[in-house]
Design a protein around this ligand. Structure first.
Ligand code: NAP
Length: 305
């Protein structure tokens, strides 16, 4: 029986592990098959405090893991296949084992939705990005493309105008999904050029991303658009499928939290991008991990009385 089982090994999970172990709770972290989360797909991270020269995403996750293990968290590189939060103790299962826990912290993160083209994968981290805040500064004075028509696309495009010479927004329909105020802000920006009724048909490059082939859905004509970077902003998908019948989720699948990091089930807490669709930063995920661990500590202390 563990005091805490943490599911997920991104900044939220590792930080939760550090805090739980330092509070002397018997802590297990199940990392998933590809530990490290979204930062494993990024290059330079310049906005995580403590690294004045920046740090590569995978290196940051390696040191976080080391620190978590050093504090005493047991880490298993396995995938959680199902959970049972209707029982006491709580149950967390992998293909080969079942773990019992007094508390669970869900830190399974989210993944950016993909367009689904081969070139997207080929040039990921080589000009194709899913995070303007993370990567925008690498594209000074270049033409950039943002795909999407929601608030994220407007926000990313507006943010990217700080660096880019021009930002092209590519949207598949004739009108944006984004809130009016975000649209207005983007459309008022002289550096932003909008291409409605266009889908990205192909993503091309050599050593790095160079251009997209756009298809106009009204005329069926193709057009080539050269650019230094392509930012895909067509939404995120929280990794919450296995919690569907266990925890309250919102209509987009994000775990609903109340009173800081509590979920709908007593003893189950949540941290990071699987509930947070607003901030989505490594540093905020780490902050939520810390908060969840402190909430767990309080819960365990109170349940002993
Ligand atoms: P979203 O609202 O789901 O919008 C996704 C956009 O991408 C839509 O315009 C959609 O087109 C397009 N899209 C989806 N799949 C596509 C595909 N395969 N190919 C091309 N285009 C595709 O996602 P989001 O913009 O990330 O926002 C998510 C939530 O976070 C929203 O509730 C949003 O309000 C919130 N948010 C808020 C802020 C803020 O307030 N500052 C900032 C960012 C996000 P269609 O319109 O045709 O479906």
């Amino acid at each position: 029986m563990y005091d805490v089982v943490i599911i997920g090994a991104g900044p939220a999970g590792y930080t939760a592990g550090i805090y739980c172990s330092r509070a002397r709770h018997n802590t297990l972290l199940i990392s998933g098959i590809l530990p490290g989360g979204q930062l494993m797909n990024t290059t330079d991270v310049e906005n995580y405090p403590g690294f004045s020269d920046g740090i590569m995403g995978p290196d940051l996750m390696t040191v976080m893991r080391k620190q978590t293990e050093k504090m005493g968290t047991k880490i298993i590189d396995d995938e959680v296949t199902s959970v049972d939060f209707q029982t006491n103790p709580l149950k967390v299962k992998t293909a080969s084992e079942e773990f019992e826990a007094r508390t669970v912290i869900v830190c399974t993160g989210a993944n950016p939705r993909k367009i689904g083209l081969d070139g997207e994968q080929t040039f990921a981290g080589k000009g194709v990005s899913y995070c303007a805040t993370c990567d925008g500064a690498f594209f000074k004075d270049q033409e950039l493309i943002v795909v999407g028509g929601g608030d994220s696309a407007m926000e990313e495009a507006t943010f990217l105008t700080k660096f880019a010479s021009t930002v092209h927004i590519i949207h598949r329909r004739e009108e944006f999904r984004a809130s009016k105020i975000m649209q207005e802000r983007a459309l008022a920006n002289e550096k932003i050029k909008v291409h409605f009724n266009c889908t990205v048909k192909d993503i091309q490059g050599d050593q790095k991303f160079r251009k997209v082939i756009l298809n106009n859905t009204k005329t069926n004509e193709d057009e080539t658009l050269d650019a230094g970077g392509l930012f895909v902003a067509i939404g995120h998908e929280p990794n919450s499928k296995m919690f569907q019948n266990q925890l309250e989720l919102d209509e987009n699948g994000y775990v609903i939290i109340k009173n800081n990091t509590e979920t709908s089930i007593s003893g189950v807490f949540c941290a990071g991008d699987v509930h947070d669709h607003r901030y989505r930063q490594a540093v905020t995920a780490a902050g939520f991990g810390c908060m969840a661990a402190i909430d767990v500590d309080k819960y365990l202390a109170e349940s002993k009385n």
